[in-house]
Design a protein around this ligand. Structure first.
Ligand code: GGG
Length: 357
């Protein structure tokens, strides 16, 4: 019997439209290889900045209802000149993450074979960790406002509050511990700035200590984010699972992917671990207007995100198959210009398909 997975596809803006088709080609190839065991049924949604310019909405008003019953969402990128970035981000990616309570953003940082890290002496063994980013509250809670414009020019006041709930801290920290339990090293490093952020991040620290006590097999550490940024560069081999707030997780995972060679390989999963809603899989890179339309966007992050989607859908063997194909592709030197190569987006996609054995 065929197991059919319904996937909502939102390529979004810029290079999202170039890399998402490469991920879909991989899914199609897996379905074709499965002798009818698995199938993927796509529905494409044209949401993004073009949609906003035509309709005044980044996505339809009832978009979450449209998406709710899918098995997964495959997302490209959001952001385009002409639409303020805070409008496009809040209108699409954040609206989905928050609306579907996808509270765990999982971002692997891994040096792939054949890729050179900007770090001297980096190897595939020393660059291999996962950033777990709290994904629905913290600095991205959207609480605040701009006031007192009436006081006159130069007198406006803006407040942007960060929200740390005990439940929100507990569930993301617990997620990080469960993830660490599945890895050989079994280590969780919590990242805050609780010396300066004395309310929310001290609450986070206390919750971290409480949850850590339940996982005696897991080694734990708590670091300040500034020191952690330096440690990413200076002692990457000491990292395993790094859990942090929404903003810190975003910044650190970008740093991590740069150390792993390029933002063009950074994959991510926005997970609802309770499986009440579809989870969303997307490359970490944005829409990259500077290279959009040139056919040189790196599709590896989007294809790796497909592997994360397959894992989430219970297709662990297929996910591993995609990861082997990615490794073989980068090892062969078929890479896009961001990794020092000359291959186009499609040529890298072709190579991954050839290696999908
Ligand atoms: N596919 C990732 C993407 O489009 N990101 C846009 C962006 O600016 N994201 C910032 C964030 O999610 O914190």
């Amino acid at each position: 019997m065929t197991q059919t997975f319904r996937i909502a596809v939102i390529p979004g803006d810029g290079i999202g439209n170039e890399v998402v088709p490469e991920g879909l080609r991989v899914l199609d190839a897996l379905a074709a290889q499965s002798s009818g065991h698995i199938a993927f049924d796509y529905q494409h949604f044209p949401w993004g900045c073009d949609h906003y310019l035509k309709t005044g909405r980044m996505m339809d008003d009832d978009a979450l209802d449209d998406l709710r019953d899918f098995d997964a969402i495959y997302f490209g990128a959001v952001g385009w000149p002409g639409v303020p970035d805070h409008i496009s981000l809040w209108g699409l990616r954040l609206a989905i993450c928050q609306g579907f309570d996808q509270y765990a953003c999982v971002r692997p940082v891994k040096l792939l074979p054949g890729i050179e890290s900007p770090l001297r002496n980096a190897t595939v063994e020393t660059i291999d960790w996962i950033v777990v980013r709290e994904n629905v509250e913290g600095e991205y809670a959207g609480i605040g406002g701009r006031n007192l414009v009436g006081r006159g020019p130069g007198k406006e006041v803006a407040i942007q509050a960060a929200l740390f709930t005990e439940e929100g801290c507990e569930r993301i920290i617990r997620y990080a511990f469960e993830l660490a339990m599945s890895r050989p090293r079994k280590k969780v490093t919590s990242v805050t700035k609780s010396n300066a952020q004395q309310y929310g991040m001290v609450l986070w620290d206390e919750v971290f200590d409480r949850i850590a006590a339940e996982y005696s097999q897991v080694e734990t550490e708590a670091w300040l984010v500034d020191a952690m940024a330096a440690r990413f560069v200076l002692r990457p081999e000491t990292l395993d699972v790094v859990v942090g707030s929404n903003l810190f997780g975003d910044i650190l995972s970008d740093l991590g992917s740069a150390l792993a060679g390029s933002l063009g390989i950074a994959a991510s999963a926005n997970i609802d671990p309770l499986r009440r809603y579809p989870s969303m899989f997307e490359p970490v890179h944005g829409s990259a207007p500077d290279i959009a339309g040139k056919g040189i966007a790196n599709p590896i992050a989007a294809i790796w995100s497909v592997a994360m989607m397959l894992d989430h859908l219970g297709l662990g063997n297929e996910a591993a198959q995609v990861m082997r194909a990615i490794d073989a592709t980068t090892a062969s030197g078929t890479v896009t210009p961001d990794l020092g190569g000359k291959a186009t987006t499609t040529e890298v996609g072709d190579a991954v398909l050839q290696n999908l054995i």
